[in-house]
Design a binder for this molecule. Structure first.
Ligand code: SF4
Length: 367
């Protein structure tokens, strides 16, 4: 038969150059990748590798580590070698750490334009070393560390200032024929951030790394990042993303993956379709949805499970999903692929749904 149709997306990806971040391609037709950053001391090799392993297991594609000291730089060879995913060294000030990261086998190095003047005359050497080792660069412009000259010119970190800064630093590398970089123009205000990326995407075809910086604690940060990334990705802008949360980095990866899945930029995995509940509900929908979500955590198959509170929309949604329950009268009608397979008492709903979900999952190819 015919291959299945790919799920619809809101807009085609904007064409960008493709670069290599270790084994992960960024830009062009490569899938949008998800990044996070370790919170351990990079010099603590074991703790850092442990956190990278957790991030990898959660679905992180690329990880960044901070390199503020010589001890951190010294840890890079072991980390780059043992990490299962490409490692980017994040370097703000010392060019010597940039060389150390390239020598260490890091997949990429992130540099900050606000500080690049300090190593202006070493851009040529950095470009040469990066080219020799197949290392790419991220030009990371950040509102909080914008070049003083541009701050003075624009008054504050406007979208124009962020973009001018990024293009200026890109030109420093372009002068030496080096173009294997991606660019970010981060701001903590999603509106300024979105505008900056729009302008940048019109001004160049470098792959873009999306980020709302200092987005805040999990709830606020998730919303700010989702709104900003959604606005850009839905128009094809953005090649790799990092959700910044004041929360453990695995949470950043979960949010990032969920954003991509929502936009069909990643295959959807487990999806719980649950109703908000209302005055008609004949069962505690929140508890039911939480229990089903918890029971199915980690299930890596595309499965839509509907958890519905009553018979108004319940049967309809439950029928549309792979699996579902429509509750009422202390009972739950269990649907599998559109058919009622049984009716169970309320206390057995969760167990039955989990059982059926695992049975369906076994019939599906993983992926
Ligand atoms: Fe209310 Fe029923 Fe709709 Fe849930 S399914 S929101 S309980 S009408």
């Amino acid at each position: 038969g015919l291959p299945p149709m790919p799920p619809p997306v809101l807009a085609p990806r904007r064409p960008t150059r493709q670069i290599k971040v270790g084994k992960v391609m960024v830009g062009g037709d490569a899938p949008v990748s998800v990044q996070s950053m370790t919170t351990t001391l990079t010099s603590d090799i074991n703790a850092t590798l442990q956190q990278i392993a957790e991030l990898t297991a959660t679905g992180c594609d690329i990880v960044r580590v901070a390199v503020p000291s010589q001890d951190d730089a010294d840890a890079l060879p072991a980390i780059a070698h043992k990490s299962q995913i490409p490692v980017i060294a994040d370097i703000h000030f010392q060019p010597k750490y940039v060389f150390a990261a390239i020598e260490a086998g890091c997949a990429a190095v992130r540099v900050n334009p606000g500080n690049i003047r300090a190593f202006d005359d070493q851009v040529k050497e950095i470009a040469a070393a990066a080219r020799d080792h197949g290392t790419s660069i991220r030009i990371g412009v950040n509102a909080g560390s914008l070049d003083k000259r541009l701050l003075a010119k624009h008054g504050k970190a406007t979208p124009e200032a962020l973009v001018e800064s990024a293009l200026w630093e890109a030109s420093l590398f372009e002068e030496h024929g080096f173009r294997d970089f991606k660019i970010s123009v981060k701001h903590n205000d999603p509106v300024i951030m979105v505008r900056a990326y729009e302008m940048l995407s019109e001004a160049c075809d470098y792959p873009l790394h999306l980020g709302v910086t200092e987005a805040g604690p999990a709830f606020q940060g998730t919303i700010k990042s989702s709104v900003a990334f959604g606005s850009l990705l839905s128009r094809g802008i953005g090649d790799t993303i990092r959700v910044s949360l004041s929360a453990p980095p695995v949470e950043e990866v979960k949010v990032g993956l969920q954003i991509l899945q929502s936009l069909n930029l990643r295959p959807r995995k487990l999806e719980i379709v649950s109703c908000p509940s209302c005055g008609r509900a004949q069962v505690d929908v929140y508890k039911l949805a939480d229990a089903v979500t918890a029971g199915l955590e980690g299930l890596e198959v595309p499965l839509r499970v509907a958890v519905m509170g009553c018979v108004v929309n319940g049967p309809g949604e439950a029928r549309e999903a792979d699996l579902g329950v429509a509750s009422g009268n202390g009972k739950g009608q269990i649907f599998v692929r559109g058919e009622v397979i049984k009716t169970v008492k309320e206390s057995d709903i969760v167990e039955t749904l989990i059982e059926e979900a695992l049975r369906l999952a076994e019939e599906m190819p993983a992926g």
